[in-house]
Design a protein around this ligand. Structure first.
Ligand code: S3P
Length: 429
């Protein structure tokens, strides 16, 4: 386990371009490997999670060539995978396990998916239910991985996803793509729509009506060339860091700004940060642009994150909670029970680490209430093997009194291996 010492900063200044979005990279990897032809992706995610997806697809017959650190070329299997004679290791990646299950359930053969200790604790019933409703045979280990699929032809379904989960939605759409008839997925909260946009980019027909999306079966996909937009969930750490310093200035270029992902900009604006968005463009239906941010002179105010906003900001909540003591009025987060079943129990771990830094925080089953106007003290932080916890507390540490030691700092590489180097680049000390 590696440690990182984070010293307080005086300001945050500079410009960044970030590696590709993790959610989009997973989907492009799955679809590129499944399509017919050779796809090429530039600015592909450098995180270990997306590498897990590539390794699994390689084991299933796709040819994956890393042209350089950021460019991947994939020769797809044209709609028919070759079952591997060993388990498919999804590493730490829930996205890989859940979405790949949807892709494999209609394919002939037997597939076993495994993961690391954290992934083996995460709930998989959420994909077993819809896949079994389609006729798939899915065996779990007490609701968890290892997961085994006996692939077989499926039937189309009309399914309402009981929790807000884009991974589950995409899982069902990937199965529906290969199933006769039309499969419809309904969701109570509109979750990130990268799966829908990526399927269209690879040539599939989908229709959306309100919060439901339908896909006709027996469609084939063609290869694409695409540049993956910068990851806004990785940018979140730098945007929050910049927001903490009056007079800061940060520009992030070529950033993914898909409206189902960009609520953080509204929340930071509501907290008082000065944000402008420039150079908006569309790439394979994904919005990309430049974001400029400066921290307000009077410091950040207060806000409440509940309901659908909590679902849409799910990956950004740890860093917002970690900086909340440094706002004037605090941040209240509710309706975010899903945080308890991420790579760690993020509600418990955020509360524990905030307390370690001397902050007061109220913990609820579905959220946190963090009062503002508090001082954070340098402390030893336990990242709990969770990349977003390691990075969230590195940001809070920039405005703490004294130095902070992040234990388990290596976990940042799950989504963002460059994080600490880029933080050193823009943090002025
Ligand atoms: C993701 C969806 C979210 C998110 C995860 C990535 C995706 O998970 O937390 O980091 O790419 O679809 P859930 O689907 O479990 O909400």
């Amino acid at each position: 386990m590696s440690e990182r010492l984070i010293r307080p900063a005086r300001n945050l200044y500079g410009s960044l371009r970030l590696p590709g979005d993790k959610s989009i990279s997973h989907r492009y990897a799955l679809l590129g490997a499944f399509a017919e032809g050779t796809s090429r992706f530039t600015n592909f995610s450098t995180g270990a999670d997306c590498a897990s997806t590539l390794t699994c697809m390689q084991a299933l017959g796709a040819t994956v060539n890393r042209l350089d650190e950021h460019t991947v070329e994939i020769d797809g299997v044209a709609g028919r995978v070759t079952p591997a004679n060993h388990p498919l290791d999804c590493g730490n990646s829930g996205s890989t396990m859940r979405m790949l299950s949807g892709l494999l359930a209609p394919q002939p053969g037997r597939f076993t998916l495994t993961g690391d200790a954290s992934l083996s604790r995460r709930p998989m019933e959420r994909i077993r239910k819809p896949l079994e409703a389609m006729g798939a045979r899915v065996t779990l280990t007490q609701g968890h991985a290892p997961l085994t699929l006996e692939g077989a032809p499926l039937q189309a379904i009309d399914f309402t996803v009981p929790i807000a989960s884009a991974q589950v939605k995409t899982c069902i759409l990937l199965a529906g793509l290969q199933t006769e008839g039309t499969t419809t997925v309904r969701e109570a909260v509109r979750t990130r729509d990268h799966g829908e946009l990526a399927l269209r980019a690879f040539g599939a027909n989908l229709t959306r009506s309100g919060n439901s999306v339908s896909i006709a079966g027996s469609q084939s996909l063609h290869s694409i060339d695409a540049a993956v937009p910068g990851d806004i969930s990785s940018a979140a750490f730098f945007l929050c860091a910049a927001a903490l310093f009056p007079g800061s200035g940060l520009v992030i270029d070529a950033l993914g700004l898909n409206p189902t992902r960009a609520s953080l900009l509204d929340v930071l604006t509501a907290l008082g940060a000065h944000i402008s968005v420039l150079n908006l463009e569309e790439k394979h239906a994904e919005l990309v642009g430049t974001v400029q941010i400066a921290g307000p002179a009077q410091g950040l105010g207060s806000t409440e994150i509940t309901g659908s906003l909590a679902a849409q900001l799910i990956d950004e909540l740890p860093v917002l909670a970690a900086i909340a003591p440094l706002t004037r009025g605090g941040i209240r987060i509710r309706d975010a029970r899903e945080l308890r079943v991420k790579e760690s129990d993020r509600i418990a771990l955020v509360a524990r680490n905030l307390r370690a830094m001397g902050a007061e925080v109220a913990e609820f089953d579905d959220g946190l209430d963090v009062p503002g106007g508090q001082t954070l003290h340098g402390a030893t932080i336990d990242a709990g093997g969770d990349h977003r916890i390691a990075m969230a507390f590195s940001v809070a540490a920039l405005r703490a009194e004294g130095e902070t030691l992040i234990q388990g700092a290596e976990s940042a590489a799950i989504s963002f291996p460059e994080f600490f180097d880029l933080l050193d680049l823009v943090a002025e000390r």
